[in-house]
Design a protein around this ligand. Sequence first.
Ligand code: HEC
Length: 282
Amino acid sequence: MKKRARFLGLSLILIGLMLAACGPSPTPTAMPTATPAVSPTPLPAEVMVVQGQTIYETAGCASCHGQDGEGLDGLGPALAGHSRAAVFQQVRDPRQVPEGDVQMPAYGSDQLSDEDLEKIVAWIESLGPPMGAGPFVGSMTETAHLRLALISLQAEGVDDAVAHLEDLVATAEGETREQAQSILDLLEQGELHDAEHELEIMLAEAEGGDLTEVQLHIVLALNALQGHNDEDAVRHIENAVGVASGGEKVQLEALLEDLRAGEAHDVEHELERLLGEEPHEL
Ligand code: HEC
């Protein structure tokens, strides 16, 4: 009996020792928590950024976009604010520009691997938001003006784009007003492409991207009606009629007549319905 008890005691001590050696240590924080070295650990963000800048330079991007991605006059635009998707798209399959403009070369994955491009993206992301323009967080009306300005520019309707931007400069405040003004300045200098680009960046994350061109005009018409500016509303509905077709066009033409007949209130309701029931935050 005695012998057995001693044996048991010894065993317990032994087990205890073994547990102490390989079980949880008394100070759990001292336990190694790192994943085994065999699993590929992503590079720390800072390393990606530093390597990205080097690759950006050696790949020759800097010769057109500037050492710090600030953009070089007549060569390449500033890079801050470009999304990962935009970088991949442009590097693999650059937009064709009009003859006489600098054409960015395409980089195949044999010249620049996805892995390296990913690092360039990390570096571009580290540059922060674009100078001047940030993702636009204005009202639906402001978004509609910007979006219509962009649509006009894409259709080479510079005058319409200017009109929308001037409306914004007249009615918006703060940063939105400044951004609209800076885009107007670009248009005045004939920098249509840059203006278009600024608008794209501003609108990239704006709400209301799912609205059709007709609906964008309706947003503006509604806003005018709510501000009891029937004259502006007529103008915006006329614009909507101009781009609408089929039944929608017929409806809008009828609304135009109602409005001219002074039925502003009914028209407002009808427009809301056309916009998709629930009135949007204008
Ligand atoms: C020969 C000059 C040149 C080189 C080299 C060059 N780019 Fe460009 N890049 C341009 C020009 C010009 C544009 C503007 C294209 C346009 O107006 O559509 C541009 C546009 C871009 C854009 C913006 C695309 C957009 O959506 O507006 C990105 C991002 C970009 N380049 C990244 C790079 C990267 C990364 C490299 C290197 C791997 C590089 N570029 C090399 C000239 C260059």
